[in-house]
Write a protein that binds this ligand. Sequence first.
Ligand SMILES: [Zn+2]
Length: 201
Amino acid sequence: MRLQLLRERVLELDAVLITHTHADHIMGMDDLRCFELRTGRHMPVYAQPHDHEVIRRVFAYAFGEFPPGIHVPRFDLRDVPTELEVGGMFIQTFIVPHGPTPVVGLRVGDMAYLTDVSAIPDAVRPMLEGLGTLILDAVRIKPHPNHFHFDRAKEVAAEIGAKITYFTHLSHDFDHDLTEERDLPPNIRLAYDGLRLDVAL
Ligand SMILES: [Zn+2]
């Protein structure tokens, strides 16, 4: 988190949306303390109610009492609404399964973000119509019980039919250039650190 904030020169953050509380998705939250230091404001953190408990347990110190002059990250935990306006963006959220774990997916304008997902419920499909950009989990080559694997992700990308799909949550199974050249159509690409996307809001 710290390295990404520095690399991208992120000096302000309006809110944080937690898709789920697996370690690889929350362990950077301590680095949010720099925003509390700058603004004195508790960071709004949107997360599912059962994930509030995990965040309170893992980052217990962020909810503790300290004498003046000691800074810890401070989180203003909020439930994830189905519609949310933050930072000038209108965000729609929905729940998808990640094996047994419910995960928040989101749509902003013509972009949808679906990481850590193992199925697309029928009820969610209408939220994924007319997409310009889809960001989709494709964790590895072999099937995985809790994630889309490469071949399944390609099928799902074709079903959803976004203008362009970026695979994310990629493991070391993938040689970036070779996979794009040899194994993917032009409208599916592999995401990478620092990728910037234009979103039609
Ligand atoms: Zn996960």
